[in-house]
Write a protein of this length. Structure first.
Ligand code: IPM
Ligand code: MG
Length: 354
């Protein structure tokens, strides 16, 4: 049966990098992959066209697809809007609407790029961390939330960090299952020393491991210590399990260790059989948008993750990943990697090795 990939190019460099992913998908389709590729409006582009960052129609199409590949959202022209009219609100709405609660963010150091890291090569060569970040709960979505004016005229801002045991366990399951295909080690981060929800996180993760995943080597680390350990000795980690906010912060830190933010893909998945949401880790990069110089590798590698996790094509995923690595090994570099290839030329270099 034909599977469907919905592309949401979004804003800034999003359309430029997803166009390359689309070419790669086209090549695989020409080679026999039974996939239909569609496109929809999203983010700031959707605000301009439809008044909202995520239309009901785009959400319905995303839920009906097998996988969704997003470019990037946001830009200065929408920054002054009320919160619910910003591109970012569309992204949170899409994550929640698709119920993609487990965000997989690999921080992998490509050998050809190890010298671009801010850490010495000996600390990052071979680095291969997989973040599993909870994505539809915690302080991003908890209520009450808002800004209120107090009787004395001062203001009070409130957000609520909240997790239930079920929300913790379902994302921990994803981390444990993925760890079984790696070294079997999971390190879970929280601030159980100051937050009850962090303590619950630690207890639930440990209880699930003891009951159902006794083969997993589980450790716990306070999130501040993890921030420090990630720059001190990042290769001690294999799978890292975090809540939504700590995962946002720590995965940016780990991504930078690899020296190449423009290289890193991500996947957001939910229950078995439900569509996944795939996106580069980088943002819309308004400073270089429209110039055709963005690095398309993260978008192409996000397509590879979609092939693996949502489209049932793990062998094709490996081929796409190998093509990106071979292009890099052959010296292909966009500007962010110290080279001068355009987005399209980098795409050509990848396609030539596919
Ligand atoms: C990310 C981003 C988003 C987040 C923003 C754009 C809402 O930083 O995907 O990491 O905070 O989750
Ligand atoms: Mg972030």
């Amino acid at each position: 049966m034909t599977k469907t990939l919905l592309l949401l190019p979004g804003d800034g460099i999003g359309p430029e990098v997803t166009a390359v992913a689309r070419r790669v998908a086209g090549r695989l389709i020409a080679g026999g992959l039974d996939l239909a590729v569609e496109e929809g409006p999203f983010g700031g582009a959707s605000i301009d066209a439809h008044g909202v960052p995520l239309t009901d129609e785009t959400l319905a199409r995303a839920k009906a697809a097998d996988a969704v590949l997003m470019g990037a959202v946001g830009g200065p022209q929408w920054a002054g809007q009320p919160y619910d009219k910003r591109p970012e609100a569309g992204l949170l709405g899409l994550r929640a609407g698709m119920n993609v609660y487990a965000n997989l963010r690999p921080a992998r150091c490509f050998s050809a790029l190890a010298d671009a890291s801010s850490l010495k090569r000996i600390h990052v060569e071979g680095l291969d961390i997989l973040f599993v970040r909870e994505l539809v709960g915690g302080v991003y979505f908890g209520t009450p939330r808002g800004i209120e004016t107090l009787p004395d005229g001062s203001r009070r801002g409130v957000n609520t960090h909240v997790y239930t045991s079920a929300e913790i366990r379902r994302v921990a399951r994803v981390a444990f299952a993925l760890a079984r295909g790696r070294t079997g080690a999971v390190c879970s981060a929280e601030k159980g020393n100051v937050m009850e929800a962090g303590l619950l996180w630690r207890e639930e993760v440990q209880a699930l491991r003891d009951a159902e995943y006794p083969d997993i080597k589980l450790s716990h680390m306070l999130a501040d210590n993890m921030a420090m350990q990630l720059v001190k000795n990042p290769r001690q980690f294999d799978v890292i399990l975090t809540d939504n906010l700590f995962g946002d912060i720590l995965s940016d830190e780990a991504a930078m260790l690899t020296g190449s933010l423009g290289m890193l893909p991500s996947a957001a998945i939910g229950d078995d059989g439900a569509p996944g949401l795939y996106e580069p880790i980088h943002g819309s990069a308004p400073d270089i948008a429209g110039r055709g110089v963005a690095n398309p590798c993260a978008a192409v590698l996000s397509l590879a993750m979609a092939l693996r996790h949502s489209l049932g094509e793990p062998a094709l995923a490996l081929r796409v990943e190998a093509a990106v690595e071979a292009a890099l090994d052959g010296g292909a570099r966009t500007a962010d990697l110290g080279g001068n290839l355009t987005t399209v030329a980098m795409g050509d270099a990848i396609l030539a090795r596919l």
